[in-house]
Design a binder for this molecule. Sequence first.
Ligand code: FA5
Length: 350
Amino acid sequence: MNEKISELRNQFEAELRSVQNDTELENMRVAYLGKKGSITAILKDMGKLSDEERRALGQEVNVLKDEAAEKLAAKKEEFARLELEKEINAAPEIDISMPPTLERGSYHPITLVQRQCEAVFKSMGFAVEDYSEVVTDYECFEALNIPKYHPARDMQDTYYLENGQLLKSHTSAAQNAIYKKYKKALVEDGVPIKAIFPGRCFRNEATDACHENTFFQMEGVMVDKNISISNLIFFMKTMLSGVFNRDIKVRLRPGFFPFVEPGFELDINCEICGGAGCPSCKHSGWLELCPCGMIHPEVLKAGGIDPEEYTGFAFGLGLTRLAMMKYGIKDIRDLNGGSLASMSQFTEDE
Ligand code: FA5
């Protein structure tokens, strides 16, 4: 064998053993088989040889050339295989031959009662509205007949933001916007305002079995000519029997809220203890669920509605407490606890 060819083969093989990646491999291909590569150079120089020498060397160099090309291709495949193995080992273990899991998500109990309430009110012609969680002082208090420095502001431990806005402490904060949105249809076309607006509320409360710092309410308002307390009581009863599918013991007692006159507290007989008293109802047997009342004339005025001509009722249902009562959840904090195991038990209700 030609000594030069033999040396070149040894050099090629040694280099191939030390190559680490595709880039080095490509550099090697160019160095041996490229236009100016060392194997190509031998082939180019063959014109200077005698016929006999050319025949003998030509065969050897062509064998080396094919061999080098094959070995480079094999190495390239090896790198590709190693890269794939690396990716497979890094990926999470998924057995794609297994059938797909049939486990489904579920609605949160608060979403369930919200949907049940919405269905009842929608069937009675109420619109469902959404509202921001960040509101102005005007929306949350001033427009609701609670001026600055009025002690009624202390009833809600409010989270104020640096820009003067605040986190909605009750869904009543949307009332003013709702009146303004629907007053034209009321005044010009005689269409009563009937709307509910569920939402998340925030208060800086010390938490216990029936108080959370983040909870849901659902506000409802109806405004028309000659709306009275009997309309209010009818809608409250219809809503509760629609959610519980049975008669529920409730009591109505006077309650003070600057935005209603007269105002009431609607309490529900505690469904956890049946009225005997327990931590869920602060041992009273009753749970404050849905304060309500006739909309204060000042509040209607702020919404652009003439209180001499129109009257209305408003209520602020505690949706989170309703979910506790409906599903027998003893501690309100469990509803924000994030336990999928406990919160997914109520799906069949839908
Ligand atoms: C209000 O928020 C009034 N805006 C309700 C209202 C609307 C009255 C329209 C009249 C007319 P109150 O602060 O009582 O009222 O809250 C209403 C309901 O929200 C309570 O009865 C209770 O069910 C629920 N609630 C209040 N605070 C909490 C809390 N920290 N955790 C859980 N639920 C709460």
